[in-house]
Design a protein around this ligand. Structure first.
Ligand SMILES: [Zn+2]
Length: 85
């Protein structure tokens, strides 16, 4: 049984100003297509980080994006790169 996660539900955040980005329906799917990421590879643990957004880069219409995966206590989620105390 294959459950497809709706790409429109993926959280998108601007990596520059940290604002959540809301864009039109279907836009996330286009980004996934452009990044050659299949629908089956994304789920609620994924987020998209954009290299800018219309509020911090007015006039820009396209931004490079990257998909990040957040592991929720699955596998061994040892924090890496944490600061030493
Ligand atoms: Zn921004």
């Amino acid at each position: 049984m294959t459950k497809i996660y709706d790409p429109d539900l993926i959280y998108v955040e601007c990596g520059k100003c940290g604002q959540p980005i809301l864009w039109g329906p279907g836009q996330t799917k286009k980004i996934l297509d452009a990044a050659e990421i299949a629908d089956e590879e994304v789920d609620e643990h994924c987020a998209i980080i954009s290299d800018g957004c219309p509020s911090c880069k007015p006039g820009e219409t396209s931004f490079s994006t990257q998909i990040v995966r957040m592991n929720d206590e699955q596998e061994d989620s040892m924090p890496k790169g944490a600061e030493a105390h």
